[in-house]
Design a protein around this ligand. Structure first.
Ligand code: GTP
Ligand code: SPV
Ligand code: MN
Length: 602
């Protein structure tokens, strides 16, 4: 056994205790060195966990395939384990901590008997920033280690920071235990113990379930901590929009999984707007930690250092910056392997390959049907890549700044064929929280469930809020009171369809036109039309230089339909009812006011 490279007693005791439970053959501490990373890559290739891709075309890149039933987050197997069931809320699956530990211990027992246990000290946020939190993940998966090395700041610097931390509230580390065990879906559990600052995940090897710094720590545990410490942990991208005069305004945007955060965060200005000289700076594509700084504004950091992005649909047209980002030092998961050891997915650039090895590891040819008559996909719909932010041509120059960036606007959005207009602005902070708390979206391949079904996904946090969402709404209301000038709150929908199901809005880079209106509103440069649901743009205030939509399409995109919204209110009422008397009265007040405004609307 290697000597432990730390003097932190709590850490030493805990690692020993977990090792006793899982019985690994050895313990290896991740130090963050290039040398150790290469060793792990070589071992992974030898064991078959990774396939080394064509090093001329994709230097430093690898392919990984998960188990066939382990391809997206399993929300039904994800639990918040608090002493009181009420504290987990109707938005979470709940287990008592005692029952959860007891059950999980039987699964973790000797789970690493023939394996190495890796100890990954990691920092979410720049090491030493007042925003940052430290975690330590124990895992028996090299794939997890190599992904964590891309997604977080790992290694010796973090251990040093942990040792230097004074014994203050908020210090310490999140104890994260992961084992692939037998990848048995029937014994898969993703357990969060916010009261113990602990996460246990077992029998999965899929990203969101096992890269414990990501959704588990940075959202579920962090949201719980953030409420206590008066800050916010959100499922949001952060981007800077450099205006023609060189001034950069930052916005944060929350869309549910696979609804366009990554694409928006790194968009390239469209032809028609290029002449204005806009430039986009990517701060983050998935998670935002925000706090009120001494100036009374809301400041945000991205706690991660990498992207874990959806592959299908990513191409030079939809996301040229990402195509550049994933050319090197990238781990691809569940994509198609081409004959020349490069990769492909549905919606990639160029021609469909004539053959390859599909995400399940089977020989593949286009348009082959499965037993049920469905076309066999080369890549899984939730195939992903893990790539370092620093590879991204639009990576913000403020990524390492300890205080982050100031946020001018918060944008919420969902995937809605109908009802929600292209963009609208809330009347004020409280109304904005109502808009966010009631947002709906159609399910995607990022979660296990029925595709296309609309579900309420408040703030895009339904799967990630680590406590009772009624208390989360209260926390949002309270945060507004701490700010001198809270950001304006908007809602967008890129996914409205026409009668034949086609998207009405071209989306992707064209979304900058909507961001432009949003910033104009923040800077009081344009007036707007008042509707019952909020302010919408006058069509003439959206700069459409360079694109033409058919007559009436923009009006259709911006339409607020009274009957549709009255229907929407029914769904909202049903959703609110789940929170019983815990729901903040302000939200019911907003509901009633919207109802009144709609009744009067023609
Ligand atoms: P997570 O990583 O799961 O949190 O998702 P994300 O929100 O980052 O999603 P991502 O940007 O990867 O979006 C994935 C899907 O949204 C792909 O199918 C894209 O093609 C689609 N998409 C993104 N932006 C747009 C848009 O403006 N219009 C349309 N129609 N589709 C979009
Ligand atoms: C999401 O599903 O929202 C993701 C991917 O960002 S995962 O990390 O797997 O949760
Ligand atoms: Mn996400």
């Amino acid at each position: 056994m290697e000597k432990f490279p730390t003097t932190n007693k709590k850490l030493i005791v805990w690692v020993n205790l977990m090792a006793k439970l899982c019985s690994p053959v050895r313990i290896v501490w991740i130090n963050g060195s290039e040398e150790q990373k290469q060793l792990l890559e070589n071992e992974s290739v030898a064991s078959g966990e990774l396939i080394r891709l064509n090093q001329d075309k994709l230097p430093g890149c690898f392919l990984h395939r998960t188990a066939h039933d382990d391809v997206s987050r399993t929300e039904h197997l994800t639990f918040i384990c608090t002493k009181k069931k009420r504290d987990a809320g109707p938005n979470n699956n709940w287990m008592s901590p005692a029952a959860a530990y007891r059950k999980a211990k039987t699964i973790f027992l000797n789970a690493m008997a023939d394996r190495t246990m890796y100890v990954i000290p990691f920092s979410m946020g720049p090491v030493g920033s007042p925003f940052s939190k430290i975690g330590v993940e124990l895992t028996d998966s090299r794939y997890v280690v190599l992904n964590m090395l891309i997604m977080t700041r790992c290694g010796q610097d973090v251990l040093k920071q942990l040792e230097a931390q004074p014994l203050q509230a908020g210090a310490g580390f999140t104890k994260c235990l992961h084992s692939k065990a037998k990848l048995d879906i029937n014994k898969r559990m993703i357990l969060h113990f916010p009261e113990d600052n602990t996460i246990w995940s077992v029998n999965s090897g899929y990203g969101g379930n096992v890269l414990l710094g990501k959704k588990c720590l940075s959202l579920r545990i962090a949201s719980f901590v953030a409420k206590k410490e008066k800050w916010m942990a959100e499922h949001m991208l952060i981007m800077g929009i450099e205006e023609p005069n060189g001034h950069v305004e930052y916005v944060a945007a929350a869309f549910p999984s696979a609804c366009g955060k990554t694409n928006l965060a790194m968009l390239v200005p469209p032809e028609g707007l290029k002449i204005k000289g806009y430039r986009i700076w990517t701060v983050g594509d998935d998670i935002s930690w925000m706090r009120v700084d001494s100036d009374g504004s809301l400041w945000a950091i991205n706690p991660e250092t990498g992207f874990f992005g959806v592959a299908p649909g990513t191409n030079l047209k939809s996301n040229p910056n990402m195509m550049e980002t994933i050319k090197k030092n990238t781990i691809y998961t569940n994509v198609l392997l081409k004959q020349d050891f490069t990769v492909w997915w549905e919606g990639a650039d160029g021609e469909v390959p004539s053959e390859g090895i599909d995400w399940k590891g089977n020989p593949w040819k286009p348009n082959t049907l499965d037993a049920g008559g469905k076309v066999i996909k080369g890549a899984h719909a939730n195939a992903r890549f893990t790539a370092p932010i620093v590879n991204c041509p639009s990576a913000s120059f403020r990524l390492e700044q300890h205080h982050g960036v100031p946020i001018s606007a918060i944008i919420f959005g969902g995937r809605r064929e109908h009802v929600a207009p292209l963009v609208y602005e809330s009347f004020n902070w409280q109304h904005g929280i109502f808009v966010a708390a009631t947002m709906g979206s159609e399910l995607t391949a990022a979660q296990v469930g029925k595709l296309g079904q609309v579900r309420r996904d408040p703030m895009a946090m339904l799967p990630f809020c680590g406590y009772n969402m009624a208390d989360y709404f209260k926390h949002w209301l309270n945060m507004g009171k701490l700010m001198v000038k809270p950001p304006k709150i908007f809602h967008v929908n890129w996914f409205r369809t026409d009668d034949s199901g086609g998207f009405l809005w071209p989306g992707f880079c064209e979304n900058l036109r909507i961001l432009e209106w949003i910033l104009d509103r923040c800077n009081n440069k344009v007036t707007a039309v008042t509707t019952p649901i909020g302010y919408i743009p006058k069509p003439s205030d959206i700069d459409m230089t360079g694109i033409t939509l058919s007559d009436g399409v923009l009006e259709k995109l911006l339409k607020v339909d009274k009957e549709e919204w009255l229907g929407e209110l029914k769904g909202i009422r049903k959703f609110f009812a789940d929170f019983k008397k815990d729901l903040p009265k302000e939200l019911m007040g907003e509901y009633d006011a919207l109802m009144e405004r709609l009744k009067k609307y023609e």
